[in-house]
Design a protein. Structure first.
Length: 599
């Protein structure tokens, strides 16, 4: 069709928008209906093939067990809108009920049922690759089984499932550090899938017959949106409001709700218990909850994104290596965006992770609490503003999926990143309060040319750092400026020989005082036995652990106007980290005086 004709049709559709009605529970519903209030459509998939710019799709209450593939876009003035008639009552579910079970022979109470879906991230010698990443044949699978609303634990195959039954019950539980989010008593059993034999196996923790329970198995991956490998351009100007999305069979880095493209909007939606990643929106997310996803929760992404009034809780619970991708939300290669009034709580890995040339982003009035790793991690990125956030008890749990990779973790971490502003934040009870990690240069090709990323030109000012377990502020510089690494000891023999060798490689020195940092006017309130500053890495001989601010000023030149004292919280014992009107920290202009009482 000529472009001019297509443009004309789109213009006419936008001038004459229509309302479509979908009601899967209505006795009269049918996909042959016109989609009116009296004659609604049965499925969302049908209307997704027909709705055009300016149209509104009103979806009535019910459970929609389907995959809705979007390929039509709206316009800025006339978006396509999908709207739950009663927010929270419309569920798009990636799982189907399973009611037919047969007990297998033997002592173990393992039952089986036919299984046809095959979830694969690719092919290897003609065989599907059914787990991602490659070193995770168990936890990297996409299948899920839900027993009476609770997640069963996955096993890689029938043999391992049988072994787990033999070692019952403790070995069935995944290593989750968040007992108040994923309670051990809610793990109902274990399952395995044999793709070649087309069979699903299930052992319930109580040894019972699955037919006596409500069993659902995830049989769809992407349930709403478009696959970027099939539709590279994606969709734009699609607005979605008021839905619950549950139980999608996704892999890490593959979202179940995927509004790939730009200028899309997801509002007032819940994204719950996806096997891998949960959601990816090219555009805006408002007032959404992303909870219980096995890997990263995800969120609004792409240049110019907005995440506002959203919550990420209990995501990334699977024990997949945290070193490559993890957290409530991780993003990369983004220019411009905002996180405002968001909550990141009890996620595996970091709460929020910027990695690989994220730039020109504002994070403000957010709460980072109880995440397994750092609350907010900025890595190989630039021009980030972190202003007026509440950062509580991050990186202090006992579970660490990446052994040895937790150094420099804490409330807020700036890792090999440039021109990061960290101002007016309140950091309490973290492993460390605010930290720098330096192990650069980390060279990266960017739209602005090749950048040798390392910490330079960062500003840390007006922050309140209280009762952080290790250091209130840590400059974890793993560089020659602080002497040799233990692995270099035998090679050089003496520090003098090492210094002489390093004089020929000044690029390895990284003197923090020469990096253009501004670290000043922060307020410190360490508890008894807690350190004030770390200058260098513990394992390098010239690192220093400071307990007095005067020594920090004398040795480093930083914090000439910093203060140490009692912060004056309203009621820290009961979680109220607002500052009293007469508090010393408020008088010094430090911390987030109006930190939220509840979130």
């Amino acid at each position: 069709m000529p472009v001019v004709c297509l443009s004309l049709l789109l213009a006419v559709a936008a001038v004459n928008p229509r309302v479509w009605v979908v009601d899967t529970a209505a006795p009269t519903a049918s996909d042959t209906n016109p989609g009116t209030a009296d004659q609604p459509l049965k499925t969302l998939s049908r209307v997704a093939d027909q709705a055009g710019p300016g149209d509104t799709v009103v979806v009535r209450a019910g459970v929609y067990r389907e995959a809705v593939n979007l390929h039509r876009s709206g316009t800025p003035a006339a978006p396509i809108t999908f709207l739950a008639a009663d927010p929270g009552t419309v569920e798009i579910n990636g799982a189907d009920p399973v009611t037919t079970w047969t007990r297998r022979p033997g002592e173990a109470p393992i039952y089986q049922t036919p299984w046809t879906p095959v979830f694969a991230v690719g092919m290897d010698n003609g065989k599907p690759v059914v787990h991602h990443p490659g070193e995770e044949p168990r936890w990297g699978r996409a299948e899920q089984v839900i027993v009476d609303g609770n997640q069963a634990v996955v096993a890689r195959d029938l043999d391992e499932l049988t072994q787990l039954w033999t070692k019952r019950p403790a070995k069935t539980l995944p290593p989750t550090p968040w007992p108040d989010v994923n309670k051990p008593e809610t793990w109902p059993g274990c399952f395995a899938v044999d793709v070649a034999k087309h069979e699903l196996y299930l052992w319930l923790a109580d040894g019972g017959d699955p037919a006596a329970h409500n069993i659902e198995s995830s049989s769809r991956g992407l349930t709403f949106g478009c696959n970027p490998w099939a539709n590279r351009a994606g969709v734009h100007d699609v607005h979605v409001r008021g839905f619950r999305f549950k139980y999608g069979a996704s892999f890490p880095q593959r979202a179940v709700v995927w509004l790939h493209g730009h200028d899309n909007v997801l509002e007032d939606c819940d994204i719950e218990q996806m096997s891998g990643s949960g959601v990816n929106v090219g555009g805006t997310m408002r007032r959404c909850r992303v909870t219980g996803c096995g890997h990263c929760g995800g969120g609004a992404n792409g240049n110019g994104f907005l995440n506002e009034d959203c919550r990420w809780e209990g995501n990334c619970w699977k024990p997949i290596n945290r070193g490559w991708d993890a957290g409530g939300f991780k993003m990369a290669l983004v220019d411009g965006g905002i996180f405002r009034r968001c909550v990141f709580r009890h996620n595996g890995g970091p709460g929020l992770w910027f990695d690989i040339d994220v730039r020109n982003v504002l994070v403000t009035e957010c709460v980072f609490e109880g995440n397994e790793g750092t609350g907010l991690m900025v890595e190989i990125s630039r021009d980030i503003q972190i202003v007026h956030n509440l950062v509580l008890r991050n990186a202090v749990g006992e579970v660490s999926i990446v052994k040895g990779a937790d150094w420099a973790s804490g409330g807020i971490l700036c890792a090999e990143s440039e021109r990061v502003i960290i101002a007016g934040n309140t950091c309490v009870g973290n492993k460390d309060g605010i930290t720098f990690r330096e192990q650069g240069p980390r060279d990266l090709d960017t739209p602005d040319g090749r950048i040798p990323y390392h910490d330079t030109g960062d500003v840390v000012t007006g922050n309140l750092l209280a009762d952080n377990r290790g250091y209130q502020l840590g400059l974890w510089y793993d560089s020659a400026f602080f002497g040799w690494h233990p692995a270099e000891h035998q090679k050089y023999g003496t520090l003098q020989a090492y210094d002489k060798a390093m004089a020929e490689h000044p690029e390895k020195i990284y003197d923090p005082r020469a990096a253009g940092h501004v670290i000043d006017r922060n307020f410190y309130a360490p508890a008894a036995g807690e350190k004030l500053w770390l200058y260098g890495c513990d394992w390098r001989p010239r690192s220093v652990k400071y307990t007095e601010l005067a020594a920090v000023i004398k040795d480093t030149g930083f914090e000439a106007r910093g203060l140490v004292g009692e912060p004056g919280f309203v009621d820290a014992a009961h979680g109220d980290y607002r500052l009293k009107p007469d508090s010393a920290a408020r008088a010094a202009g430090a911390g987030w005086a109006n930190a939220p009482r509840e979130w």
